[in-house]
Design a protein around this ligand. Structure first.
Ligand code: NDP
Length: 256
């Protein structure tokens, strides 16, 4: 398969504000950069202030507008505050990307309550809280794009990831429901379900596992964060206004 040509999808997001959680590295960073490249002001959210600053600097270096918002997405009350502050600063919020996520993998008999709770709070509850706060603003403006980061684990399951798969399947059910609630208001809510993408999350699996994984991927390689970002860009665009409640799987054919 020929190498993908990335960073080439263009859509005009000038005048729009996007909030991206988990923008300090990996897929979220690539998404923030893509949205910034297309003219959106990007509110970059994560815990690591130094890494967030790198994302913001990279967006500004290409002439884009971005700010860092340090926040732990498991901190419920802080999320409402943060969305209010972002809206006050930029005067609106048109695009929300719920991307922050973690894994705490282990087989079910060994899974501790804390491992379950941490994954559900970080991945699923944060998606609920950010979406509830952001859609209040979008409803008033009668325009919005919400993109939630699911996973193929949420579609087909994955041994050792009962907590993670439950959080991602939860995100898919949440996405479809909220999409129906807002479909009449010019707001779309979609999910993206990546397969294996080269980031810190998959690096943690180790080289051996990654080699095994590649054998299960018809494309014979892991995906790149930018390949997810390009799809998010499309779903965030004005052009995608008739697509809602969908899950776009991006996995090199793994679940085909
Ligand atoms: P990384 O581990 O590279 O990055 C995770 C991001 O989430 C970081 O920016 C991290 O920021 C942020 N984050 C984690 N916990 C919190 C928290 N409590 N509060 C705020 N931010 C938090 O992961 P990926 O880029 O690989 O994953 C991004 C998303 O894509 C996740 O939802 C993941 O489940 C999903 N995904 C990834 C796949 C892959 O193969 N990589 C496959 C399928 C889905 P910080 O540490 O600075 O807080």
């Amino acid at each position: 398969m020929a190498e993908p040509v990335l960073g080439t999808i263009q859509t005009d997001l000038s005048g729009q504000t996007a909030l991206v959680t988990g923008a300090s590295r990996g897929i979220g960073r690539a998404i923030a950069l893509s949205l910034g490249r297309c003219g959106a002001r990007v509110a970059c959210v994560a815990r690591d202030a130094a890494k967030l600053a790198e994302t913001v600097d990279a967006i500004r270096a290409t002439g884009g507008e971005a700010d860092a918002w340090t926040c732990d997405v498991t901190d419920g009350p802080k999320i409402n505050e943060l969305v209010d502050q972002v809206v006050a600063k930029y005067g609106g919020l048109q695009i929300l990307v719920n991307n922050a996520g973690i894994t705490r993998d282990t087989l079910l008999p060994r899974m501790e309550d804390a491992q379950w709770d941490e994954v559900i709070l970080t991945n699923l509850r944060s998606t609920f809280l950010f979406t509830r706060a952001a859609t209040l603003v979008m409803m008033r403006a009668r325009y919005g794009r919400v993109i939630n980061m699911a996973s193929v684990s949420g579609l087909v399951g994955n041994p050792g990831q009962a907590n993670y798969a439950a959080s991602k399947a939860g995100i898919i059910g949440f996405t479809k429901t909220v999409a129906r609630e807002f479909a009449g208001r010019n707001m779309t809510v979609n999910a993206v379900a990546p397969g294996f993408i080269t980031t810190d999350m998959t690096a943690a699996l180790g080289e051996l596992v990654n080699e095994e994984v590649k054998k299960r991927i018809p494309a014979k390689r892991l995906g790149r964060p930018e390949e997810i970002a390009e799809a998010v860009l499309f779903l965030a665009s004005r052009a995608a206004g008739y697509i809602t409640g969908q899950v776009l799987t991006i996995d090199g054919g793994m679940t085909a």
